[in-house]
Design a protein around this ligand. Structure first.
Ligand SMILES: [Zn+2]
Ligand SMILES: [Zn+2]
Length: 245
C-alpha cells in the first residue's frame, strides 16, 4: 500500500475534526468547543472597559477606575462624543491587525468584527442611525484590495441592524501614510483630505469606524467633515488604541 493511501483517510479525518471544532484565529490551535480564540490567545486580547478617557481613550494605569474625561478632552473636547475601542494596540492585537492589513490575512475578518462588536457593547451608549467607515484613497484600495475600516464597519452595521454608509465619506486626495509623521505634521497631512455626502449624513447620529487610533488626527478630520455636512452627532469606534500618551 502506498503511503498516500494510508495517510489520506487520516488527514481527511483530522481535517474534518479540525473543521468541526474550529481553530484559534491567532495560533491555529484546534478548539474542541469552537472558536474563535483559544483561552491563551483570548487572555492576551483583554477588553478594556475602565481606567480610560471615554472621549479619546487615553488610559491610566488603573483598569478598575470608572471612565473619566482626561484634562485634554476637558479643555478641548474632540469633535465626537465617545471613543469605543477593544484594547491596546500591542501584543496579539497589533499582530492581528498588521497581519490583516498587510499580509492578506483576510480570514481574520470575522474575528476583528467580533472584537469591534464586543467593544461597542461593553459600554453604555446610544445605537447610531448609521455606520460610516474611514475611507481609503482609491489608489491604496487597489493596492491592498480591501478597506479594513469598511470591513470592520460592515460587521458593526450588521450587528446593530443599521445602514452602512460606504460613501458617507470619501477621500478627495491621496495622502502619504500618517505613520511617517508626528502630531502636527499628521494634522497638516490630512487636512481637507475628505468630503462627506450631505444627502447621506445630514441630521444623523453616526458611528465612525477605523482600525487603530494613534493620534486621532484622521478621525478628527473625518468627524469635522461629517459635522460640516450636517451630521448631528458622531461616536467613534476603533479596534485598538496606541498607548503613547
Ligand atoms: Zn490561540
Ligand atoms: Zn481624553
Amino acid at each position: 500500500m502506498r503511503i498516500e493511501q494510508v495517510l489520506k483517510p487520516v488527514l481527511t479525518l483530522a481535517w474534518r475534526l479540525g473543521l468541526r471544532a474550529g481553530r484559534c484565529a491567532v495560533c491555529a490551535a484546534i478548539l474542541p468547543e469552537g472558536g474563535p480564540l483559544c483561552p491563551t490567545c483570548a487572555q492576551d486580547l483583554p477588553l478594556r472597559t475602565g481606567g480610560l478617557c471615554p472621549a479619546c481613550g487615553a488610559m491610566s494605569g488603573r483598569e478598575n477606575d470608572l471612565p473619566s474625561l482626561c484634562p485634554e478632552c476637558r479643555s478641548a473636547p474632540p469633535p465626537w462624543n465617545e471613543l469605543y475601542f477593544h484594547g491596546q494596540y500591542t501584543g496579539i492585537m497589533r499582530r492581528l491587525i498588521i497581519g490583516y492589513k498587510f499580509h492578506n490575512r483576510f480570514e481574520r475578518n470575522r474575528l476583528l468584527g467580533a472584537l469591534a462588536v464586543a467593544a461597542f457593547r461593553a459600554r453604555p451608549g446610544s445605537v447610531p442611525d448609521a455606520v460610516v467607515p474611514v475611507p481609503l484613497h482609491d489608489r491604496r484600495l487597489i493596492w491592498r484590495g480591501f478597506n479594513q475600516s469598511l470591513e470592520i464597519a460592515r460587521g458593526l452595521a450588521r450587528h446593530q441592524d443599521r445602514p452602512l454608509l460606504v460613501h458617507g465619506l470619501r477621500r478627495t486626495r491621496n495622502t502619504p501614510p500618517q505613520t511617517r509623521f508626528g502630531l502636527k505634521e499628521r494634522q497638516a497631512n490630512i487636512k481637507g483630505a475628505f468630503a462627506a455626502d450631505p444627502a447621506l449624513v445630514r441630521g444623523k447620529r453616526l458611528l465612525l469606524v477605523d482600525d487603530v487610533y494613534t493620534t486621532g488626527s484622521t478621525l478628527r478630520e473625518c468627524a469635522r467633515t461629517l459635522k460640516r455636512a450636517g451630521c448631528i452627532e458622531v461616536d467613534v469606534l476603533v479596534l485598538a488604541r496606541t498607548v503613547l500618551d
